[in-house]
Design a protein around this ligand. Structure first.
Ligand SMILES: [Zn+2]
Length: 404
């Protein structure tokens, strides 16, 4: 059992503990005790740690995760990462760990000032959209009861609009680019729905996406940052606007070559000094905020994602709606400095997906040659660094828009 996490408390106390700890501020981690717990987990970690102290323990890379032994539990469930970094990882959590991940995900909402009963609509991967008459998913947390409906980001915008206008949710969450795509395609007024807060996540929130969402809903946008491997890492604060890190639940190290994370609440397949690679740094000093958790800045989020077509026009990453291609499992589009595009993809029936993908790229980025590459995304790291955030990247755009 890894010490330090609120997961060891009774589940009904999680919200109160996570609230109190957020207000109390930084906690010192007992690093030797944490290393001892990892040694006890398995021979794998015993050999890996040896007699080293914390900084001497080798960093766990994505490719190493498959070697980490998984504890025996009947309720283990696996989930795959999206693979936007070019490497997919399978993560296994017990039911209790999954429930705690949700508690941590909901932590910022303890400070949103929401009413006791909240309707929320969550934008998820896929094309399916709940109807207003469908039964919601119920969840009580921190004194608030959430009724949740889901809509697929590739779904019919009119169906999503019907859901919103009928349920009038106070809170909208989900995939940032999906919310933006909905806002830009729905062609219906959203400002009077009564949405108070939009909390996107799952990918880097570009500044123009934030402005688009704020203007459309006339709501506050409070971003989140996390990963499949570690759960919720940081969240934008309704009070100070900065990103508070869940540094009490995850040991975070802002190394120069990317963020290294040790979640303390995962004991079944624990990750010790796991390299996420996102370029993140802790802010200097403590912010003037009732929430005492340290704040961080996500540097990688400020890169330019746009492609440039044969006429020199910029093409938004949102222009690509490959979710509509049947059987497509993963994709990433990269533009070399000579303008040529490479679409890396993974599909159930590659020979059927390929022509649809090629036609879509040629229609969206006219005047550029496109090569298809089947398999994992071997995108060249143009700056020695591959981002987990992006599915579209361009060496050309990065050069022509240095201010972005
Ligand atoms: Zn704050």
């Amino acid at each position: 059992m890894i010490p330090g996490s609120a997961i060891h408390a009774a589940p009904e106390d999680w919200a109160a503990q996570l609230r109190d700890r957020a207000l109390a501020g930084p906690r010192a981690h007992d690093l030797p005790a944490i290393l001892d717990a990892f040694r006890q987990h398995s021979d794998y970690y015993r050999a890996r740690i040896g007699d080293a102290d914390w900084p001497g323990v080798p960093v766990l890379e994505k490719a190493d995760v498959a070697d980490v032994p998984v504890g025996d539990a009947p309720d283990l469930k696996a989930s795959r990462t999206s693979g936007t970094s070019g490497f997919q990882v399978t993560i296994r959590n017990t039911a209790r760990e999954r429930e705690f991940r949700r508690a941590l995900l909901y932590r910022p909402q303890l400070f949103y000032g929401l009413p006791a009963e909240v309707n929320q609509v969550v934008f998820v991967d896929g094309a399916w959209c709940a109807g207003p008459a469908d039964a919601p998913k119920w969840f009580s947390y921190g004194g608030t009861t959430y009724r949740t409906w889901f809509c697929g980001v590739a779904g019919d915008p009119r169906e999503i609009w019907q859901l919103l206008i009928t349920l009038r949710p106070q809170l909208v969450r989900g995939i940032a680019s999906g919310i933006v795509r909905f806002v830009e395609t729905v062609d219906a007024p959203l400002k009077d729905i009564g949405v108070r807060i939009v909390a996107p996540g799952g990918e880097s929130l570009l500044p123009e996406w934030r402005r688009t969402i704020e203007a459309a809903f006339r709501a506050r946008v409070l971003d989140r940052y996390g990963s499949t491997e570690t759960g919720a890492i940081a969240w934008q604060c309704p009070d100070c606007g900065r990103y508070h890190a869940n540094a009490d639940e995850i040991v975070l190290e802002d190394a120069a070559d990317g963020l290294v994370a040790t979640p303390l609440f995962v004991s079944s397949q624990p990750l010790l000094r796991y390299r996420l690679g996102d370029r993140v740094r802790f802010d200097a000093g403590i912010s003037d905020c009732p929430i005492g958790l340290p704040t961080l800045t996500i540097a990688q989020a400020r890169r330019d994602d746009w492609l440039v077509d044969g006429n020199g026009q910029r093409v938004s990453p949102l222009a690509f709606q490959f979710e509509q291609v049947p059987g497509l499992r993963a994709w990433r589009l990269h533009q070399r400095s000579d303008g040529v595009l490479t679409l890396y993809f993974d599909a159930d029936a590659p020979s059927e997906a390929a022509p649809a993908l090629l036609a879509a790229v040629q229609a969206t980025v006219p005047g550029r040659r496109c090569e298809l590459v089947q398999g994992l995304w071997q995108v060249p790291a143009t700056d020695g660094f591959s981002s987990k955030f992006k599915r579209v990247s361009s060496e050309l755009a990065g050069r022509t828009n240095p201010s972005a």
